[in-house]
Design a protein. Structure first.
Length: 416
C-alpha cells in the first residue's frame, strides 16, 4: 500500500502557472487519493485553454502487478473516445461532397439494404418487420438507426448479437458462450446488416455499433483504409503521433495495462504485452479501437474547441463543427448520462451544468476505460482525462464520480 502511494505521488506532475497552482494541486491530490484507495490504477489529465496548457497531472501505475510507474507519454486505450474522431472523418468527407449525411447507408454498404426491425419473440424465434425507411449516415452519427451493442442489455436483439457473433474481439462486454466475433470490419458490417434492429430508424437514441459502421463508410467514400484516412487527414495534421489501432513494439513500454474493478479491488484484465491492440490484424473499429496518448487526444479536443482548426491547420469548417455541437435528441440516460446528443458528441446544457457535469454547450464523450474528454468552444477549453479501468455493473458509478471530480477541478482552475 505505502509503495503504491509513494509511486503515485512520485509520478505526479503539474505544469501550470502560479495563479492556478492551488486548484491544480487540489485536483492532483484528489486523483492521488483515488489511486491510493485503488479506485483507479493511474491518471493523466491535461487542461488547455486557447492553445495554452494550464495543467498537466500524471500519477499512478501503468501496471499494478509490476508496480511500474505511469511513464511520460503513456499510451491508453481510447475505446469509445474513438467515436468523435470517426465522426469528424465523416464530416470531412461531407464537406468535400464525397458523401451526404442524408445518404442511405446502403448506398455505401449494400448489407444495409433490407433491414428488418424486432417486433416480438425471443432471440431464437423472433418476429421482425421491414424497416419503414432506410438508415442514413446522419442516423449513424446520432445513434438513432436501431443498431445496438451486445452489452447494452439482455433483450432478444442483444442476445441475437451474442449468439451470432455480431461483435468484435475485445474484453469489453464479452461473455462466456458468445459466438466467435467478427474477424474484420467487412465481416462485422455483414453481420450487422443481417441482424434485427432494436427499433425503426430515427425513432430514438441507442448506443451502438453505429460509428463502427461509419468507419466502413469512410473506407468506401474515400477509397482508403480507415487507418490510412485517419492517419493522413486527422492524426498527421494534429500531430497525434502515437494514435492508431495497433501498438508497435517500440510503443509497448509506454502502453498501459488494462484493469477491472472488482469486489476485491483492481485486477489486471489485460496486460500490455498480451493486449488485443498488439495484433496487427485486429478489426479496425472506428467506434472503439484506437489508442494513443493524452497529449494526442488533447490536440483533437483543442481542434474542436477552436472551431475546427489547430495551430493554423484547418480540419473542419466552423459550420461542420457547429453541427457536431448542435443538440438533436436526448440519450435517455440517468444522472450525468442524461444529455442531448449531437454528431458524435454529448452536448452540455443547463441541466448537466447544474448537476456538476458538462458545461453549457460543451461537447464530450467517454471511453470504456473510464476515460473522458470535453471541448468547450465558448471558453476555448479542452480537457482530457485518461485512466485504464473497466467498471462493470456494480462499479459503474465510479466513472461518474471520477468525471465529476475532474469537472470540479476544471471549474476551480478557471474560477476568478
Amino acid at each position: 500500500m505505502l509503495k503504491r502511494l509513494f509511486g503515485a505521488l512520485v509520478a505526479a506532475a503539474a505544469l501550470c502557472p502560479a495563479a492556478h497552482a492551488a486548484p491544480a494541486d487540489k485536483l492532483r491530490a484528489d486523483l492521488a487519493d483515488l489511486v491510493a484507495r485503488h479506485q483507479i490504477p493511474c491518471a493523466e489529465v491535461m487542461i488547455a485553454r486557447h492553445g495554452r496548457l494550464l495543467t498537466h497531472i500524471r500519477l499512478g501505475e501503468a501496471d499494478i502487478d509490476a508496480h511500474t510507474l505511469l511513464p511520460a507519454d503513456a499510451i491508453f486505450r481510447f475505446y469509445s473516445m474513438s467515436k468523435p474522431i470517426t465522426s469528424v472523418a465523416i464530416l470531412m468527407l461531407a464537406e468535400e461532397g464525397r458523401l451526404r449525411l442524408d445518404d442511405p447507408v446502403a448506398r455505401w454498404l449494400p448489407a444495409f439494404g433490407q433491414m428488418r426491425v424486432y417486433a416480438g419473440g425471443g432471440a431464437d424465434d423472433m418476429r421482425t418487420v421491414p424497416a419503414n425507411r432506410p438508415i442514413t449516415i446522419e442516423d449513424l452519427l446520432l445513434h438513432r438507426g436501431g443498431l445496438t451493442y451486445p452489452f447494452m442489455g439482455a433483450g432478444p436483439v442483444q442476445r441475437y448479437y451474442r449468439s451470432h457473433g455480431v461483435q468484435r474481439d475485445t474484453p469489453v462486454g464479452r461473455q462466456p458462450g458468445d459466438a466467435p466475433p467478427a474477424q474484420d470490419l467487412a465481416q462485422l458490417v455483414e453481420r450487422l446488416g443481417a441482424a434485427p434492429l432494436l427499433h425503426q430508424p430515427g425513432e430514438k437514441w441507442d448506443y451502438s455499433y453505429s460509428t463502427t459502421v461509419l468507419g466502413a463508410v469512410v473506407e468506401k467514400a474515400s477509397g482508403q483504409s480507415l487507418d490510412a484516412f485517419l492517419r493522413q487527414r486527422i492524426f498527421a495534421p494534429l500531430e497525434m503521433k502515437d494514435t492508431g489501432f495497433v501498438i508497435t513494439p517500440a510503443q509497448l513500454p509506454r502502453f498501459v495495462a488494462l484493469t477491472t474493478a472488482t469486489a476485491q479491488g483492481l485486477a489486471t484484465s489485460e496486460t500490455a504485452a498480451a493486449s488485443e491492440y498488439r495484433d496487427p490484424a485486429r478489426l479496425r473499429d472506428g467506434g472503439g479501437a484506437l489508442a494513443g496518448t493524452t497529449r494526442d487526444y488533447l490536440h483533437f479536443a483543442e481542434m474542436l474547441a477552436n472551431g475546427g482548426s489547430w495551430h493554423g491547420r484547418r480540419l473542419l469548417n466552423a459550420r461542420s463543427v457547429a453541427a457536431m455541437f448542435t443538440p438533436r435528441l436526448p440519450t435517455g440516460g440517468s444522472g450525468l448520462e442524461d444529455t442531448r446528443f449531437g454528431y458524435g458528441l454529448a452536448i452540455g446544457d443547463a441541466h448537466t451544468a447544474a448537476i456538476g457535469g458538462l458545461p453549457v454547450g460543451a461537447g464530450s464523450w467517454s471511453g470504456s476505460g473510464n476515460s473522458y474528454f470535453f471541448a468547450d468552444r465558448r471558453r476555448g477549453l479542452a480537457v482530457v482525462f485518461m485512466t485504464s479501468e473497466l467498471t462493470p455493473g456494480p462499479f459503474a458509478a465510479r466513472e461518474t464520480a471520477t468525471r465529476q471530480l475532474v469537472d470540479r477541478g476544471v471549474e476551480s482552475l478557471l474560477a476568478p
